[in-house]
Design a protein around this ligand. Structure first.
Ligand code: G1P
Length: 292
């Protein structure tokens, strides 16, 4: 049973400067929680309880966030604020946290490779720390993916979640070239990182959740950096497909919300959507916005 996820959170988040100068992108608030807390809660909901976060020197607040803060708990108790303890319930989740530093930021593939000494021969999930799936309740997609992977024996080497995007946005994502569709799963013939809009094989975009066999590390080691010097995870998956390994895609269920927080537009949209659906303040905000 797969119970391990690698969560890359080491990126620089330059499209959100100056917000991300000293604050990790993954710690930016979306509604009441920082982005990465949604990702971790989704994984725990999907029975993944060993979480390896790939961090970088500016990301210590991520580590602090998932530690138990005894002083804060004590402070809340002493000041009659027990009602707020519920907000820290995630600290007590049945999960173990591990951290590895990516010492140079050489792309997503390089970040996943930094997890190899920990992961070794295990099958594992990769969940991007800047993508929230689901809003009112966490997504089940990772659970479905690990079940499919477990059932497949050794047949599948990678399984990737995809989401339909508007044609003009394909150049922001890894895009699938599916072989044949079988319901909501399909085998991949190719995977192209950020294709030109007029050369894209489909509008199915990598949705930030993957399951891998440890063989991915061999392909990551053989992946050449792209023009910008980044080792792309997509390119390693591409090598995998080209050497005859079976790689599957699965579509997110219809209506599943995905928030890929990469720039101000996507960040504002995510924040607004969560704030407007806040159980306590959402309706007040909607009234206020309507009035304005
Ligand atoms: C990364 C992946 C890309 C994927 C995207 C999803 O891109 O390289 O294939 O579609 O995440 O969020 P990035 O957002 O790091 O440019």
């Amino acid at each position: 049973m797969i119970d391990l996820a690698v969560i890359p959170v080491a990126g620089r988040g330059i499209d959100l400067l100056p917000l991300t100068k000293s604050q990790p992108k993954e710690m930016l608030p979306v509604g009441r929680k920082p982005i990465v807390q949604y990702v971790v809660e989704e994984l725990i909901h999907c029975r993944i309880n060993r979480l390896l976060l790939v961090t970088s020197p500016e990301k210590t607040s991520v580590e602090n966030h998932f530690d138990t803060n005894k002083q804060l708990i004590w402070h809340l108790r002493r000041n009659g604020k027990e009602d707020l303890l519920g907000e820290l319930a995630f600290e007590r989740a049945e999960a173990e946290y591990f951290y590895v530093r990516q010492r140079r930021q050489n792309g997503l593939g390089h970040a996943v490779l930094a997890a190899q000494p920990f992961v070794q021969q295990q099958r594992f999930v990769v969940a991007l720390g800047d993508t929230i799936l689901g809003r009112n309740q966490p997504s089940n997609i990772v659970k479905r993916m690990t079940e499919i992977f477990d059932r497949s024996g050794n047949d599948i080497k990678a399984l990737i979640a995809f989401d339909e995007v508007p044609a003009e946005k394909v150049n922001q994502f890894g895009i699938a070239k599916p072989k044949q569709m079988q319901g909501d799963t399909f085998e991949l013939e190719d995977l192209i990182e950020k294709p030109l809009v007029d050369q894209s094989p489909s509008t199915l975009a990598v949705a930030g959740r993957y399951v891998f066999s440890p063989e991915i590390f061999d392909f990551l080691c053989r992946t050449e950096p792209d023009k910008s010097g980044a080792v792309q995870l997509t390119d390693a998956i591409r090598l995998m497909i080209r050497s005859g390994k079976k790689v599957l895609g699965i579509r997110l269920p219809p209506g599943e919300l995905r928030y890929d927080i990469s720039n101000f537009e996507s960040y504002y949209k995510a924040f607004l959507d969560f704030a407007l659906h806040d159980p306590e303040h959402g309706n007040i905000l909607i009234d206020w916005l309507t009035e304005r």
